[in-house]
Design a protein around this ligand. Structure first.
Ligand code: ADP
Ligand code: MG
Length: 212
């Protein structure tokens, strides 16, 4: 199955992430209160609400422009570390998608790979540091060669987030806790799982022809 993913698909994906973060904001904040400063839910909610509002106002016409605009809004509205990190993920992914009207899933996968690398570089972080990267890397890999195994990516992101529980944080605020960061799920890895769950949901409505 080859699907062309257009700007509308990417707008709906961002709306779905925003809705999921709204629903899960309290849980994200609770996780961040255990190993951070209890603002991850509020940070993500503020950034994504602003991103979705800008997407509705400006209606960018290409997938790349949708992600670039959403990324800029996250950077400009979120004070915490997650703003620049998620903003970079979306901007870099958008840049890699270029200016075409639509992209295939294989192209999206490659673009996401570049986006995740940019996050690792910005945060000087690697897999196993107990950050969002522990959900993002496995999710992008699980998309598969053709890039359209969205269900597998969703599961890999969820498993990646769960796998942060026994890790000791080596980056971000949680790293200040040292050994005491063990035993808690990383908030950013948890929101990254929401990003991929929303992608799978959005792709599901394309495959079955439903409208969102
Ligand atoms: P802050 O830590 O500034 O309060 P948030 O609470 O919104 O920002 O986001 C925290 C999340 O950001 C962490 O759970 C982690 O996943 C991610 N994070 C923090 N620092 C880094 C880093 N250097 N590299 C990658 N991800 C990071
Ligand atoms: Mg925080």
């Amino acid at each position: 199955m080859t699907v062309a993913l257009d700007a509308d698909f990417f707008r709906r994906w961002m709306s779905a992430v925003s809705a999921a973060v709204d629903r899960e904001a309290d849980q994200l904040t609770e996780l961040d209160s255990a190993i951070g400063d209890a603002d991850h839910g509020a940070n993500m909610r503020r950034g994504l609400t602003a991103a979705v509002a800008s997407l509705e106002e400006e209606a960018p016409s290409s997938p790349g422009a949708v992600l670039a605009l959403a990324g800029r809004r996250l950077i400009s509205t979120v004070g915490g570390a997650s703003g620049p990190l998620y903003g970079t993920l979306l901007r870099r992914t958008g840049k890699a998608l270029g200016a075409e009207d639509s992209v295939d899933p294989g192209r999206l996968r490659e673009a996401l790979r570049a986006g995740v690398e940019a996050v690792a570089q910005l945060g000087s972080a690697a897999r196993g540091d107990k950050t969002m990267l522990d959900a993002l890397y496995p999710a992008v890999e699980a998309l598969g060669d053709s890039g359209d195994d969205f269900g597998a990516a969703r599961r890999a992101a969820e498993e990646g987030a769960a796998a942060t529980v026994p890790m000791r944080a080596r980056r971000g605020r949680a790293s200040y806790l040292g050994e005491r960061s063990v035993g808690h799920q990383d908030p950013g890895a948890t929101s990254s799982a929401l990003l991929f769950a929303a992608l799978a949901d959005t792709a599901g409505t394309v495959a079955t022809g439903e409208s969102a």
